[in-house]
Design a protein around this ligand. Structure first.
Ligand code: UDP
Ligand code: MG
Length: 314
């Protein structure tokens, strides 16, 4: 029987934890009863350096129930690292893992569908929000603009999917080979390349406590997502520089040709054009240096270059 680990990063979630624990234990026993997961499946809470009673609660639940485990991080490292810590901890001790936020905004009812897809042979199953009516208009608009921007920049991401997903043991093992500091899990998982599928659900409201993702953290995550996966912004600067140089040359030709027709202001035109030309040249030079830095940046990441799907032996 396959053992499931539900990984939950928690930062100051004392209000949510009692509700979350009850709900997730119910999910586990329901799945075990149906024979879909092993009865020693468990919840793994990762305490991301909470300042409230989160850890006391986790250790209390662990004392009462051996299906609750806790991993305490030394300090607050943020959602992405906390989740990674939990995933890597679960990796050695499960057959599949589902990651979910502590606030249960993501519908636990689809866990069962995820596991069915796992049994059908999927290594990664994404939870996708089919509807975000419960999110604020601002959050919805910014999130969707971001998904579109990422797609335009050529980063493979799953539209309307956050970090609610199932991953098999071997997908976790592949993931563990991505040792990057500028971590954006949602960008890495699609790179793993295993068989994937999707389950859809409606996003709910946070049941208790407040969002631990203020605008500042959201922007930081978005910026990290872009700059860790795309060097298109550097290409853009290079291209802009070339364009401006080209434009100023065209303007110079035009002013030489129409010299004497009264359209060209003496002194001003040549001055402005040389400013354009030099400005463009500088932008191009910066972009050019950026191109090399971009290469260095891709090299120092030391990302694995391939993933083995199957290995035929004997
Ligand atoms: N979280 C975390 N570390 C942080 C911030 C958030 O582990 O520094 C956790 C938080 O406890 C929750 C999840 O990340 O389980 C998502 O946070 P939240 O629900 O506040 O984000 P939102 O749904 O508002 O985007
Ligand atoms: Mg939330």
């Amino acid at each position: 029987m396959d053992r499931l680990a539900i990984v939950v990063p928690c930062y100051n979630e004392e209000e949510m934890l009692p509700i979350t624990t009850k709900a997730l234990l119910a999910v586990l026993s329901h799945l075990a009863k149906k024979g879909k997961v092993a009865s020693d499946s468990y919840i793994l809470y990762v305490d991301d350096g909470s300042k409230d009673k989160t850890w006391e609660l986790i250790s209390g639940f662990h004392g009462e129930n051996d299906q609750v485990r806790g991993l305490k991080l030394a300090g607050n490292v943020g959602h992405q690292f906390a989740l990674t810590a939990g995933m890597l901890q679960a990796m050695d001790d499960c057959d599949m893992m589902i990651s979910i936020d502590a606030d249960l905004q993501d519908d636990t009812d689809v866990c069962e569908d995820m596991i069915d897809k796992f049994h059908e042979g999927c290594d990664i199953v994404y939870g996708v929000r089919s509807d975000r009516k419960k999110d604020s208009l601002f959050k919805r608009a910014t999130a969707q603009a971001f998904y579109k921007l990422m797609a335009a920049l050529g980063v493979k991401t799953v539209y309307n999917h956050a970090d609610y997903r199932l991953m098999s043991k071997r997908a976790l093992e592949e993931f563990s080979r991505y040792e990057e500091i500028n971590l954006y899990i949602r960008g890495i998982v699609p790179m793993l390349g295993y068989q994937t599928d999707y389950v859809y659900y409606e996003r709910k409201e946070r049941l208790a406590g407040e969002s631990k993702y203020p605008l500042k953290k959201m922007l930081a995550l978005a910026w990290n997502g872009i700059t860790s996966f795309s060097i298109k912004p550097i290409d853009f600067v290079t291209g802009l520089g070339i364009f401006i140089v080209f434009l100023s040359i065209l303007a110079a030709i035009y002013s030489l040709v129409s010299y004497g027709t009264g359209h060209v202001v003496k002194g001003w035109t040549s001055l402005i054009l040389s400013i354009w030309f030099l400005g463009g040249l500088q932008l191009f030079a910066i972009g050019l240096v950026g191109q090399y830095i971009g290469k260095i940046y891709l090299e120092v990441k030391h990302r694995p270059r391939y993933q083995v799907e199957t290995y035929l032996k004997d």
